[in-house]
Design a protein around this ligand. Structure first.
Ligand SMILES: Cc1ncc(COP(=O)(O)O)c(C=O)c1O
Length: 444
């Protein structure tokens, strides 16, 4: 993986030939060292060709959105509220939308005051702000292993050290969390927060069991560690199940991140942070320095959509689309995958996490998969410590059920050839170094 050199690095140009291409190398701040571009982006250019079935991207399926009605709402927003919609607004966000967000969060039993909600440009900005507020270089962030690639990108950009905690089919394992916190304390390291995606995890596809939720909160309280609860998929349970948020039980120790990206439209870039009251003011200041204010037009459009459209009915349509695709990919995996592979069974969200037999390296295999006209996201991008080489994330949100089936059939063929190679030559080595990759819409 191409990495930036350290500022001031004077290694001979002959050994580091590509660096000559960047005349600004000596100027970068030290923290850019952790910012790495995804070398699989080049493959995504190929993967986006129509003949390739992409199981790689996490793009929401917008086919069910009522575009004509949204066009009318957008034009009404400008015609009726143009002087406000096209003007700067407050860094805190539009008050009416913050009230509506509190109503949405009430579905997860959260009692919140609109003053404690800060609107962001997607929840990715929330992640960036929270990390900026809490993490000094060398601080530790605890995250599930695997974890969301965009969050890992933020943590490394602020030079935080990520310690992963194992998950099983019921999500984060509390005893492992306890061990990780005890271990880091023994090492004299400072843990700033636990970053968790409790519902329909990206990339693992699992959900934190209800019986574990209070345990996780109690462990974090006892160790003096804040919880960042990232919940963009919470309303996308296939049976309509909505889990009580961690924030609902522990409002003083949980920062909640929400988003309209998966339940409405990701291109609108509206998300939010619900912070403990004491943190909220610093968040508004951080938001102000990042963007001055989130886009007013987009906030007013979301607000109008929520008040005039059957948005819960729309979410039900999304759930149906995703459930049909989940069923298609799971039955194709069952039908085609070679023995020794296993995968999670998501009850909501976008992703299946697949483990392949020993000896296969999913990152090394990816170019061969793309040649066979199927793409996936290899597992190492979802770990900060190089793990994940036997895993891959398959996204079922976007392709049609038929394309999903065809994609899995092709993937299984590639895996079978790979397994033959492994049997003949031993491990198929990972030829690329690993580490967290900067998020891109392709891998989000
Ligand atoms: C777990 C998780 N958090 C945050 C985000 C970022 O979402 P947004 O579009 O709101 O910035 C994503 C996007 O895929 C995600 O999966």
């Amino acid at each position: 993986m191409a990495r930036h050199g350290q500022a001031g690095d004077t290694a001979p140009a002959t050994e580091q030939a590509p660096r000559k291409l960047d005349p600004h190398l000596d100027r970068y701040a030290a923290r850019t060292e952790g910012m790495t571009a995804s070398e699989i982006r080049a493959l995504f250019a190929v993967a986006s060709r129509p003949e390739v079935v992409s199981l790689a991207g996490g793009m929401p399926n917008l086919a069910a959105l009522p575009l004509e009605s949204l066009a009318t709402q957008l034009s009404d927003t400008i015609a009726e509220d143009g002087q406000v919609a096209l003007q700067y607004g407050s860094a805190h966000g539009v008050p009416k939308l913050r009230e509506q967000i509190c109503e949405i969060m009430a579905l997860e039993n959260i009692q919140a005051h609109p003053d404690d909600v800060v609107i962001t440009v997607g929840s990715q900005m929330g992640l960036d702000m929270v990390t900026r507020l809490f993490c000094d270089p060398g601080d530790v962030v605890i995250a599930e292993g695997p974890s969301y690639v965009g969050a890992l990108g933020s943590f490394t950009a602020y030079q935080a050290e990520v310690v992963h905690v194992e998950m099983d089919d019921d999500g984060l394992v509390p005893s492992r969390l306890e061990e990780a916190l005890t271990q880091t304390a023994k090492q004299g390291k400072r843990v700033k927060f636990l970053y968790t995606i409790p519902n329909f995890h990206n990339p693992a596809g699992v959900t934190l069991a209800v019986s574990r939720r209070e345990q996780v909160l109690e462990i974090c309280r006892r160790h003096g560690v804040l919880v960042i609860e990232d919940n963009p998929y919470g309303l996308l349970g296939f049976d309509g199940q909505v889990y009580q948020a961690l924030r609902a039980t522990d409002p003083d120790n949980v920062v909640y991140l929400g988003s309209f990206s998966k339940t409405f439209a990701s291109g609108i870039r509206v998300g939010w942070v619900l912070a403990p009251h004491a943190v909220r003011e610093k968040l508004v200041l951080a938001a102000e320095s990042a963007t001055l204010c989130p886009p007013t037009l987009n906030q007013l459009l979301v607000s109008r959509y929520l008040s005039t459209h059957d948005w819960m009915g729309q979410i039900k349509k999304f759930r149906e689309i995703y459930r049909e695709r989940r069923d298609a990919i799971i039955s194709a995996l069952e039908q085609h995958m070679p023995p020794g592979c296993s995968w999670t069974h998501p009850d909501g969200g976008f992703y299946v996490w697949v483990t392949v037999p020993e000896g296969v390296d999913t990152k090394a295999m990816l170019p061969r998969a793309v040649t066979a006209r199927v793409a996936y996201a290899s597992g190492t991008g979802f770990y900060a410590d190089g793990l994940g080489s036997r895993q891959m994330r398959l996204s079922y949100c976007y392709p049609t059920p038929e394309r999903l089936k065809e994609g899995v059939r092709r993937l299984a063929g590639v895996l079978e050839s790979e397994l033959e190679l492994v049997q003949t030559f031993g491990t198929v080595h990972n030829r690329l170094t690993s580490g967290p990759e900067s998020p891109s819409p392709d891998t989000a």
